[in-house]
Design a protein around this ligand. Structure first.
Ligand code: GRF
Length: 236
């Protein structure tokens, strides 16, 4: 089978990259990761890639100074040389210029640690806690020239618990990132560029229906009466 060739761009830890590499090891996975590029030559993700048998290419942005497009042109040339057909941003921490976005229009995916369109940008977990949301999560979406917008391919939700810190919430979301990114890439690479069907999103939800009901923090009668949903609704 001719699998689409995937390039992954990272800047740091690389845990989503590792999840993609791990998924792609399965012979039945419908995409092949052929390249990892880091804009930081000492990103921990480079060693993580090596553990997975992938030599990551470092294309340091610093020698390019403020010329972002020139740095992107170097990355783009490298991706093209490797025959990449789909680009996955996985913790790539530089804003993209219209050049790279246009070059990979409709073929570049990103994972974002919030339920978009809520909390685009940085510090999503802190902002979710500050806003008092009860559900938080992550989103895989196509990249467009406006940051953290673009067609949503997959999302997973997690509960925000009363004693959550930024770190505990981030860790809970990250587990789901590692599930939905490989799933969304698989669907995308199989030609199903449309968003995952609702059933698939539900499967990515960490809370099985029963657990979801049990973990509902709205238990008291007063809270229940303030809840616009009839009891039991929203569990499926
Ligand atoms: C993840 O939370 C991802 O959603 C965001 O940046 C973080 C990268 O983490 N875009 P890692 O490098 O994949 O571990």
């Amino acid at each position: 089978m001719n699998k689409p060739r995937v390039g992954i761009l990272i800047s740091g830890r690389g845990s989503n990259m590792a999840a993609l590499l791990d998924a792609a090891r399965d012979p039945d996975y419908p995409a092949e990761v052929v390249q990892v590029i880091s804009n930081r030559p000492h990103a921990p993700g480079i060693a993580l890639a090596a553990e997975a048998g992938m030599i990551a290419t470092a294309i340091d942005h610093r020698p390019f100074g403020k010329d972002r497009a020139a740095h992107e042109a170097a990355m783009h040339a490298s991706l093209r040389r490797a025959g990449v057909e789909i680009v996955c941003l996985a913790g790539y921490m530089r804003l993209l210029t219209p050049f790279l976005v246009a070059a990979w229009h409709g073929r570049m995916l990103n994972i974002h640690p919030s339920l978009l369109p809520a909390f685009p940008g940085l510090h999503t977990h802190r902002r979710a806690l500050e806003a008092g949301v009860k559900l938080h999560g992550c989103t895989v979406h196509l990249v467009t020239d406006t940051m953290d917008t673009g067609l949503i391919l997959a999302q997973a939700a997690v509960p925000v618990l009363p004693d959550d810190t930024e770190d505990s919430l981030a860790a809970r979301v990250l587990v789901q990132e590692h599930c939905i990114y490989p799933a969304a890439l698989a669907a995308f690479a199989s030609g199903r560029a449309a968003p995952l069907p609702a059933a698939a999103a539900a499967l990515a939800n960490p809370l099985p229906a029963a657990a979801g009901a049990l973990s509902n923090p709205l238990r008291s009668a007063a809270a229940a009466s303030a809840n616009p949903l009839p009891l039991g609704a929203g569990v499926e």
